[in-house]
Write a protein that binds this ligand. Structure first.
Ligand SMILES: *Cc1c(COP(=O)(O)O)cnc(C)c1O
Length: 355
């Protein structure tokens, strides 16, 4: 399914911010992509238009009952100057497979990837050049029908905005984070929305993250919602541990988001011949592994940071120091994945697409 994308160019292009001071999600490009959905009519009117405020009826369902989800992908300028999209199709597939959980219409992944590619082509000059910068792609799907009855809306807006983002760490040197193990609140419960990139999951995670920050931690480690015994995710990232010579990540389920970066790391690890396991992991096992010296590394994975090493895991009664902060395995995945992204290492898995 291909939708013709109409392009209306801005007459007031913005000045580009300096690449040394991009930060994350602070600057937006000149254009955005909009696609409408109406029950019965399906998807229509894909258009690239000047970036600006949306006009929404105050009764729009998303503002009341939270039918909203998003994606996060990247376009990267390689060492050769060419812009490539990183696993965009997979991000679009994830949006399509998540939408039904919120009773939203799944966009055709190919249609969406095509329309996003058209948008990025228009904004090619906005893809920054400095090492480890990128153009962050943020597709968002929201219910727009003005109706206060509680049922799935019959009108939706799919829109995509782009943000030039800086190097997460300000360079190639990873900065480790200190993590509070959260045992009161939960990010996602069995049968809930945890496997979907729903805005609601982020809303439910904010208070614990804020409290942890107040206590001097960078983020929280999320445990299962039923008994707070099993490890799930770290902040808004998937979780990896190195236990002895084994790379372990919690097995996917309906409380864990199936990260694209997680999948990349599993693929690269298997290609290297590392022992890789996806299985349930309990906090008790991690504490025992720490005490016996088996807990070598802990890191998070996600599109924005790629890899985020954890130097400390702290519970109400334990302070666990993990390795030397930035472990060699986490660093090596960061190096390998970012090298593939900028075209410096062969793309053996077909993750890049040229504009
Ligand atoms: C987006 C996200 C991730 C990481 O997914 P990537 O596809 O690797 O960016 C992990 N956990 C949660 C909760 C997320 O929302």
């Amino acid at each position: 399914m291909k939708l013709e994308v109409r392009i209306e160019r801005t007459r007031a292009p913005k000045a580009h911010p300096p690449e040394s001071d991009l930060g994350f999600g602070r600057h937006f490009t000149d254009h955005m992509l909009l696609v409408d959905f109406h029950d019965g009519r399906g998807w229509s009117d894909a258009r690239v238009v000047p970036y600006g405020p949306l006009s929404l009826d105050p009764a729009a369902a998303v503002l009341h009952y939270g039918q909203a989800m998003f994606e996060g992908a990247k376009a990267i300028r390689g060492d050769d100057g060419a812009v490539r999209l990183f696993r965009l199709e997979r991000h679009c597939q994830r949006m399509a497979s998540g939408a039904p959980r919120l009773c939203m219409p799944p966009p055709d992944p190919e249609m969406l990837a095509h329309a996003i590619t058209e948008l990025v082509k228009v904004e090619e000059a906005w893809v920054p050049r400095a090492r480890n910068t990128a153009l962050y792609i943020r597709p968002t799907l929201v219910a727009t029908e003005p109706f206060l009855g509680v049922r799935p809306a019959n009108q939706y807006l799919l829109y995509v905005i782009l943000s030039p983002v800086g190097s997460y760490y300000g360079g190639d040197t990873l900065k480790p984070v200190r993590i509070w193990v959260e045992t009161q609140q939960t990010r996602a419960a069995k049968g809930g929305l945890g496997a979907v990139k729903a805005g609601a999951n982020y809303a439910s995670s904010l208070q614990a993250a804020m409290r942890a920050k107040k206590e001097g931690y960078d983020q929280v480690l999320w445990l299962d919602g039923a008994k707070h015994e099993m490890l799930e995710e770290v902040g808004t990232m998937n979780l990896f541990l190195v236990l002895g010579d084994e790379l372990v990540t919690p097995a996917l389920g309906d409380t864990i988001l199936s990260g694209v970066t997680r999948d990349c790391i599993l693929t690269l690890a298997r290609a290297r011949g590392i022992k890789v396991t996806e299985r349930p992991l309990s906090l008790a096992e991690i504490v025992a592994a720490h005490d016996s010296g088996k807990l070598k590394e802990v890191f998070g994975s996600g599109t924005a940071a790629v890899v985020s090493p954890v130097s400390e895991l702290v519970t109400a009664d334990r302070r666990m120091i993990v390795g030397d902060g930035v472990g060699p395995i986490g660093q090596s995945f960061y190096d390998e994945l970012t090298a593939i992204q900028r075209g410096a290492k062969r793309d053996e898995h077909g993750w890049l697409t040229a504009l």
